[in-house]
Design a protein around this ligand. Structure first.
Ligand SMILES: Nc1ncnc2c1ncn2[C@@H]1O[C@H](COP(=O)(O)OP(=O)(O)OP(=O)(O)O)[C@@H](O)[C@H]1O
Length: 360
């Protein structure tokens, strides 16, 4: 069931157009990640949904209420929108206890103290914070503070939960745990969540649907697996994953197959974005690091490369490889001596784009 409709949202700030027509829908029991480089407009879009920014153009519906309709001059205030907001900084009140932090919004809305106490206790217990109700924020760990911030947003029973980089203040281990339990919580509560992140791993792991933003536009959207395995532009391909990028020129092209080559190397690949690709034109290819397989013998789709070094990464080894002007990384389970190796690069994993598509 659709809980959030965002249509053609356009926003100017300081004379610049920051959002250039964002449209998407989100359903109950699903997490949509707004992913993109710094400055791509993720937070601005979230703030427009929350009502903290007012777009000059656009339409936003939350549940069954129209929150924004620029044509009809409708713009609901944040507290009328039935949303919960969690900020990166958590924004807890330092001089209020956990119980007061979570319940304060309800108190302002005139909820009776008995009802308020019961609702606060239920949500704190649910999040494993019941025993910390009388503590103050400075007496809590970062992870606990984050849970309090989420309780405070959920206490209103919002239709849509908006999360702005909620995990970025946690250390790496806590972050992994937090994205698991936040996902579980949202699925259990069957609410709709919009998660702003610049961390691709977080978006891939936590979201059901990713919107990839660039310069105020959604340049690709889809389930994490689709975005990862079928990027529609160089930006999408290069933003996600760990990649090797080969820059050269097209030497052959027929349909969706092309050969890209540079000084001392040549690779067969598939054309992911045909616009502007022709023989002799500059081009670039993205190859996910995990697609390269290093071996010691020639074979189908194997090219000879020079192995410069093997770096120990703990759970694997990283090989630094070179073939003319093409340099690459690959992974393996053991260190290899420097020298000539054969590297298997299947054409399906060599995604060819025009050189100019770096900026689109
Ligand atoms: N009040 C403002 N006045 C002018 N420009 C602004 C204002 N707020 C944001 N911007 C600009 O809007 C663009 C988008 O900012 P936004 O914070 O939405 O990006 P973001 O994708 O969330 O980035 P980050 O990951 O760094 O938080 C940036 O170029 C930013 O400098």
């Amino acid at each position: 069931m659709t809980e959030l409709v965002v249509n053609n949202v356009q926003k100017w700030l300081g004379g610049l157009q920051i959002l250039k027509g964002a449209s998407f829908t989100a359903s109950r029991g699903a997490i949509v990640a707004l992913l993109g480089a710094s400055g791509s407009g993720k937070t601005t879009l979230l703030r427009c949904i929350a009502g903290l920014e007012q777009p000059e153009i656009g339409y936003i519906k939350i549940g069954d209420r129209v929150a924004l309709d620029s044509e009809k001059k409708i713009a609901l205030a944040p507290e009328q929108r039935n949303i919960g907001l969690v900020f990166q900084s958590y924004a807890l009140w330092p001089h209020r206890s956990v119980r007061e932090n979570v319940g304060y919004g309800l108190k302002l809305r005139g909820v009776s103290s008995a009802d308020l106490a019961a609702r606060v206790q239920i949500i704190l217990d649910r999040m494993g914070l019941g025993h910390l109700a009388d503590r103050y924020p400075h007496q809590l760990s970062g992870g606990q503070q984050q849970r309090v911030a989420i309780c405070r947003a959920l206490i209103y029973e919002p239709r849509v939960l908006l999360l702005d980089e909620p995990l970025s203040n946690l250390d790496a281990k806590l972050r992994e745990e937090a994205r698991y339990w936040i996902r579980k919580l949202i699925l259990d509560l069957e609410i709709c969540a919009i998660l702003v992140t610049h961390d691709q791993t977080e978006a891939l792991a936590a979201a059901d649907h990713i919107l990839l933003l660039k310069d105020g536009r959604i340049v690709q959207e889809g389930p994490p697996h689709d975005i990862y395995s079928n990027p529609n532009s160089f930006y999408s391909a290069d933003f996600l994953g760990a990649n090797n990028v080969a820059r050269g020129a097209i030497t052959e092209i027929a349909g969706d197959r092309a050969v890209i080559a540079g000084e001392g190397w040549s690779l067969e690949g598939i054309v992911k974005e045909g616009r502007g690709l022709a023989a002799a034109e500059p081009a670039q290819a993205v190859i996910r690091v995990e697609q390269l397989k290093v071996s010691d013998a020639p074979g189908l789709h194997r090219i000879e490369m020079e192995l410069d070094d093997s770096l120990y990464l703990g759970d694997k080894w990283e090989y630094r490889l070179r073939c003319g002007t093409f340099t690459a990384k690959a992974h393996g389970t053991r260190p290899l001596p420097p020298g000539a190796v054969w590297c298997e690069i299947p054409p399906e994993s060599v995604w060819v784009f025009p050189a100019s598509s770096a900026s689109t």
